[in-house]
Design a protein around this ligand. Sequence first.
Ligand code: NAD
Length: 325
Amino acid sequence: MTDTRPVVLVTGAAGFIGSTFVDQLLANDTRVVGIDVFEPFYPRSAKERNLAAARKSSNFRFVEVDTRDHDALMDLIREVGPTTIVDFAARAGVRDSIRDPWLYIDINVRGLQNTLSAAAAVGAALVFASSSSVYGDSGPLPFREDAATGRALSPYGATKIAGEALVRAHHALTHLPIRIARLFTVYGPRQRPDLAVYTFSDRMLRGESIPLFAEGRATRDFTYVGDIADALVRLVNSESDDLTVNLGGHRPYSNLDLVHVLERNLGIQATLDLLPAQPGDAAATFADIRRAEDSLGWTPTTTFEDGIGAFCSWFRSERRVDGDL
Ligand SMILES: NC(=O)c1ccc[n+]([C@@H]2O[C@H](COP(=O)([O-])OP(=O)(O)OC[C@H]3O[C@@H](n4cnc5c(N)ncnc54)[C@H](O)[C@@H]3O)[C@@H](O)[C@H]2O)c1
């Protein structure tokens, strides 16, 4: 008998957040098609491990496709006919975007437009992974969704502003449902290796000092990846036609706080190298999450201590797999 249940198509499915979200969908018995191109920002082997659990599910199909390849993406999406597309495929990371802005524009803007064209071709709803970086440093804190955006601090932030604008133009033209999730500093198991939670832990376990920019005073609204996956499932199931929500832990911590929590979890005292602030980095991020609470019934439930504990367990096992201990 043919399976007629709706399909959710996830781009960037092998990445940190995408793969966690796919596992959550599969746990809810949803049919999922995941695509990824294993973009070489970090090793393919780590992304293959992210996909390992999903690949065991009969509800999951994986296809290696580049969102920049318009025809291949269009053919696949026409064949699959998803009811919803959740778009994580992007080059992330603020600092690299300053070195290579064209790569970010190519993936995060051109690739996204191809995904939107494909969504339009099959009439799919779209959930877009945007970022707190759309707010730049433009305060007041906490950031509310109706605050002005457009003052990006990096090419990465600028591509997310452009992405949101393209998603809204797509909605104006097609009237198809769109939901924009502005994610705030996501952390947890499968963490991207360029992010502070990962690099700090790596340096601590190697006995190296940690470069703390802005002397560790920059604050981030750290958000546990499991809480993010939960919110994104609610966004997929939402009835809303046009919704933009902040998804943040709603409890900012400084990078110095982060070091202390890692010290407790790893049982290692860190050596710190206090440095000035870096270009491209916001001084603070902090999400107003009332809209997500009201519209999705979502609230983050994982404490920073517990979330960092889960990260540290995963990090130790990941290093064993890589033969790094
Ligand atoms: N991690 C965070 O704190 C954070 C915060 C705000 C927003 N976001 C956004 O969430 C999304 C996921 O981020 P992540 O941290 O999981 O990053 P990630 O790098 O782990 O995941 C992105 C995935 O997209 C894939 N990809 C890149 N270009 C592609 C292309 N052209 N075609 C197909 N696949 C492609 C990559 O191979 C990777 O697996 C991104 O859009 C990112 O901008 C992340």
